[in-house]
Write a protein that binds this ligand. Structure first.
Ligand SMILES: [Fe+2]
Length: 360
């Protein structure tokens, strides 16, 4: 087994990384971390990155890291669950020094699979608020996103719709479009509702939301935004970066979708709007630990945070960094102050609650 792993890594090292669809569709993996633009690498060693984020803008930041430090960065992009599985099976033979993935639920899966090691530095503790890193330092948040209610402007703001809990109101019967309950964003939102309201109330909520569906769960955040603009649904949920991406688009049809949708930041008078993270962790068997720590700290530095978060229209995790204009234009809001680790801890229960409620 060990021999086989080593052989396959040697054979595959240096293949090109996958493309950049800039959607939340999983991307097929190439076989090994591929070097980024290596012009600035100057013998300061390397760092191997497994990433479930697929953005050209991330790669620009990685190149900047190499040019500032001389550390060569090799990148492998793939679907989050594939990368976690790969880290598990590679074990001590893994070339990966860090794993980057999105959503506290997936970061929790990585912790649960024991692919990270604890890491704490004064720099990281001062830059990343407590709510947005693993209590043992097994992962550190690098960007934030909020999950918000979206409605069709032509119909006017839905009267009385102020909270996630309100989505269960029969007043919205036949209007709500949602994606599948297996989607990690919905699982993490459900995890937060379970944490706050309890399992029984969360299930009742899910049953009532299902009763309000305009159609069976389908699509992704992007297609739900389009369906709302087209009048196929009146109300839905989406992550803020998709909405900001539509707003910043040069494409006339995409811009029109943006113009036809309105946003409600939920739970402003109660628990605050559900916020989630993307994060990075030091792998259990990292061989380039110093370089990995340098990369993790680099990604939390205020100026890097601004460029990194702006690249995917997210919010910086470091409060000293400025949020991009196309994101602040969505509006300001109070965040849910729940520690994001609770989103992971309630994942299994969230699956069960959705299942019992018939939310497919
Ligand atoms: Fe996404």
């Amino acid at each position: 087994m060990a021999k086989h792993v080593i052989k396959s890594l040697v054979l595959s090292f240096g293949l090109a990384a996958c493309g950049s669809p800039s959607t939340d569709t999983p991307v097929a993996s190439s076989d090994a971390p591929a070097p980024q633009e290596a012009a600035c690498a100057d013998g300061a060693g390397s760092v191997n990155v497994y990433s479930a984020r697929h953005y050209d803008s991330d790669r620009v930041i990685f190149d900047q890291f190499t040019c500032e430090t001389g550390i060569k960065l090799n990148l492998l992009e793939a679907d989050s669950d594939q990368l976690i599985q790969r880290l598990k099976s590679e074990a001590e033979f893994s070339p990966a020094d860090v794993l980057i993935t999105v959503d506290a639920g997936r970061l929790w899966r990585a912790v649960d699979a024991d692919v990270f090691q604890p890491l704490e530095t004064e720099t990281l503790s001062s830059r990343v608020p407590d709510a947005f890193h693993d209590p043992e330092g097994k992962w550190w948040g690098i960007t934030k996103r909020a999950r918000v209610i979206v409605y069709r402007k032509a119909d006017g703001p839905p009267e009385g719709l102020e909270t996630y809990e309100d989505l269960a109101d029969p007043a919205y019967s036949g209007q709500i479009c949602m994606r599948s309950s297996t989607n990690i964003y919905n699982l993490s939102l459900m995890a937060s509702i379970i944490e706050r309201d309890g399992e029984a109330a969360a299930q009742e909520w899910a049953e009532d939301v299902v009763a309000n569906f305009a159609r069976p769960p389908q699509g992704n955040d992007t297609s739900i935004l389009r369906a709302i603009a087209a009048g196929e649904c009146g109300i839905g949920l989406a992550n803020t970066y998709y909405i900001a991406r539509f707003g910043a688009s040069d494409d006339a049809a995409t811009q029109q979708v943006y113009d036809e949708i309105g946003i409600i930041f939920p739970n402003q008078d109660t628990s605050g709007t559900h916020v989630n993270v993307s994060g990075i962790g030091l792998t259990k068997f990292a061989k380039n630990k110093d370089n990995a720590v340098a990369l993790i700290e680099f990604l939390t530095r205020p100026d890097v945070q601004e460029a990194f978060s702006a690249g995917n229209n997210e919010y910086p995790i470091n409060e000293a960094a400025t949020t991009a204009e196309q994101v602040t234009t969505l509006g300001s809001f109070e965040e849910d102050d729940l520690h994001v680790s609770a989103l992971g801890e309630n994942q299994t229960l969230a699956v069960q609650v959705f299942d019992r409620a018939g939310w497919r």
